[in-house]
Design a binder for this molecule. Sequence first.
Ligand SMILES: Cc1cc2nc3c(=O)[nH]c(=O)nc-3n(C[C@H](O)[C@H](O)[C@H](O)COP(=O)(O)O)c2cc1C
Length: 207
Amino acid sequence: MAPKIAIVYYSTYGHVRKLAEAEKHGIEKAGGTADIFQIPETLSKEVLAKMHAPGPAADVPVLSDPATLEAYDGFLLGIPTRYGNFPAQWRAWWDQTGKQWQSGGFYGKLAGLFISTASLGGGQESTALAAMSTLAHHGIIYVPFGYAKAFGTLTDLSEVHGGGPWGAGSFAAADGSRQPSEKEISIAEIQGAEFYKTVAKFASGSA
Ligand SMILES: Cc1cc2nc3c(=O)[nH]c(=O)nc-3n(C[C@H](O)[C@H](O)[C@H](O)COP(=O)(O)O)c2cc1C
């Protein structure tokens, strides 16, 4: 049976959403499918307006009930860094998963990460490391991206790019003006494809 993959993201300004779409594209190129969800917004319209943020995307389902994810074999989680960690929107969502923590609703499922920061050194690695504790508590198996499948791109220093062995990534710039580059999109696509292949192996019992 084809593995069920959910791509779940939060995005204030759209950068992580773009990476989410690239992850999906990669999964489709590898022969799979994925459903994209967004994490509920916790900020008021007034605060979002002060942040010059457009608010939640109208065309992406909101993952209000964490139990929805129990039907999936793997999750790709998209995180825009806040001080090197999950944003509060993501934390508020995880804080509603006590039932799955206790019952094992997410136990043994696979997860990969992709992360956006404003700048280099802004916390792509620390955000991934911070996420490990949440994954461990749920018994979710973290699937690192590694280097092997995108070695030339990941190690290319001819231009600034996000992403690394922890997962795809993008730099948004301090004012959000930079969009995910071609390289960053290609890394996210490769991660999507490789994550799909790994989940397929697990779901078929051949891993
Ligand atoms: C309160 C706040 C804290 C942030 N903390 C960091 C940070 O620690 N490091 C960093 O590089 N960027 C930081 N950023 C920038 C965000 O990571 C950036 O806006 C985001 O990755 C853009 O992705 P999005 O358009 O999908 O929301 C912060 C932004 C906000 C609003």
